[in-house]
Design a protein around this ligand. Structure first.
Ligand code: SF4
Ligand code: SF4
Length: 451
């Protein structure tokens, strides 16, 4: 492997908070400035704010306010933001973001609407996830091509806002995964997940249909109907596949876990981690490195992806917020920081032997096959879309707290209580006879303090 020499800047603020201006919302705004993310776009540019708005039932995805303040910063800087993500492959049998229509409903349940974001929300690969732009990528480590979601390919710039956490197949999910998987269409996702790969693809996974209980299973109609290519049939006492029909959509992959019908080989996981990073590198090359900026939140570090319909308890304490113009440096900095952290007792960190600092948390906790957590960054560094060499700047908290308060009152002229002067004059807060209290609590504080 070639080793890059140039260093990239990564700006960081930790997740501790003692006052208004050191909260995550304030720090997000400060880091946008510190990392000069407005330098990724020009006045009037259409800026894709690439986020993951959470699967139905997931609770670890980023809170909408963290995205909204970035949208506001882009507007202040003259950009024209739109919040965006792409439809998914059917990784889960009842996944809620497989079409644009379903995704927008899910996003609204999770708090992302045009009103809350203050800008349009665009599902970048269109109604069914096939609106894309082809890109030859023969320089890839395992990919030769990819399919970039159309609305992202047509944007002038991207600000990728990522939730840093574990990922079952990519080992961890950060900026590279957000770009590599999240900015491509269903075709792009099919190819990076190696679905029809001639060596490690679905058709070569070990299959045993006798693990299926057949039609006595109360869920058999779901399994019978989930394959869009009609390649699956549930018989009386087992399940059969017609693999000649398979188009590699991954809709049946939950059966792998749930019923052990199929077995994914270790190489599939390895190739997929490489494929994600190849795909991210292709997107960066297409958009131009200078047009893409990154903010990554190392908070609620769950062991699995936000594509899951649930989120397990975090495996380590919150890290904080990172910002950079380099996709590889920001992920490397976050990964390096997790090496220093201790895992959380009674989380999967303890179960998987990753409590101590110095352990590769995601390799041990998130990857079923202990695939290395370093694959993604090595691929992207090798392809020259960023560097593993970075300088981490621990940014001080701004003392100008008013710059980060509720926007309406940032000029510090009249705080909200001022506006109650007239209202309280006409509608007194205190009732005419005053409020009533007991002189002291009817039950003693001592008594109320016992378990
Ligand atoms: S594959 Fe599993 S869930 Fe599906 S019908 Fe068979 S036993 Fe039931
Ligand atoms: S058999 Fe192939 S096409 Fe059918 S659900 Fe499975 S991966 Fe998709």
């Amino acid at each position: 492997m070639t080793q890059s020499i140039e260093k990239a800047n990564v700006h960081f603020m930790d997740s501790t908070c003692i006052d208004f201006n050191s909260g995550l919302v304030a720090k997000t705004q400060q880091l946008f400035e510190k990392a000069d993310l407005k330098g990724c776009f020009k006045k009037g540019d259409r800026v894709a704010v690439k986020v993951h708005m959470g699967e139905w039932g997931n609770t670890a995805y980023l809170r909408p306010i963290l995205i909204r303040v970035i949208v506001d910063k882009i507007k202040e800087s003259g950009g024209k933001p739109f919040v965006t993500d792409t439809t998914t492959l059917p990784y889960y049998t009842i996944a809620s973001r497989q079409t644009a229509e379903d995704y927008l409903i899910t996003a609204a349940y999770n708090g992302f609407t045009e009103e809350t974001m203050g800008c349009p929300i665009v599902i970048a690969d269109g109604p069914f996830g096939l609106d894309d732009v082809y890109m030859d990528f023969s320089e890839g480590i395992v990919l030769d091509e990819t399919y970039i979601a159309k609305a992202i390919a047509e944007a002038d710039a991207i600000i990728a806002v990522s939730h840093f956490k574990g990922h079952d197949w990519g080992v961890y999910g950060g900026s590279i995964k957000n770009i590599g998987v999240g900015c491509v269409s269903k075709r792009g996702k099919t190819i990076l997940h190696m679905c029809l790969h001639p060596k490690v693809g679905i058709k070569d996974w070990k299959f045993d249909g006798t693990f299926c209980k057949g039609k006595v299973c109360e869920e058999w109609t779901v399994c019978q109907n989930l394959c869009p290519a009609e390649a699956i049939e549930v018989l009386e006492d087992q399940l059969t596949y017609d693999l000649d029909k398979c188009i590699g959509c991954l809709a049946c992959c939950e059966l792998v876990y749930k019923c052990s019908i199929r077995t994914m080989p270790k190489e599939w996981y390895e190739y997929t981690a490489i494929g994600m990073a190849d795909s991210a590198s292709a997107v960066i090359k297409y958009l131009g490195k200078e047009n893409v900026g990154f903010i990554t939140f190392g908070i609620d570090v769950s062991p699995s992806c936000d594509c899951g319909q649930f989120a397990d308890r975090p495996i380590m304490p919150n890290l904080g917020v990172f910002a950079s113009k380099d996709m590889v440096a920001i992920d490397t900095a976050a990964l390096d920081m997790t090496m220093q952290m201790r895992g959380i007792v009674d989380s999967l960190s303890e179960e998987k032997g990753a409590l101590d600092s110095g352990t590769e948390k995601f390799t041990l906790v998130s990857s079923e096959k202990n695939i290395s957590q370093w694959i993604q960054i090595n691929v992207c560094d090798e392809l020259g879309v960023g560097t593993k060499n970075y300088d981490l700047t621990l940014e001080p908290v701004s003392k100008e707290w008013w710059q980060f308060c509720f926007p309406k009152y940032r000029d510090l002229k009249k705080p909200p209580s001022y506006y109650f002067r007239k209202y309280f004059a006409d509608n007194p807060l205190v009732p005419p006879k005053g409020f009533k209290w007991k002189a002291k609590p009817r039950i003693s504080v001592d008594q109320l303090s016992k378990r």
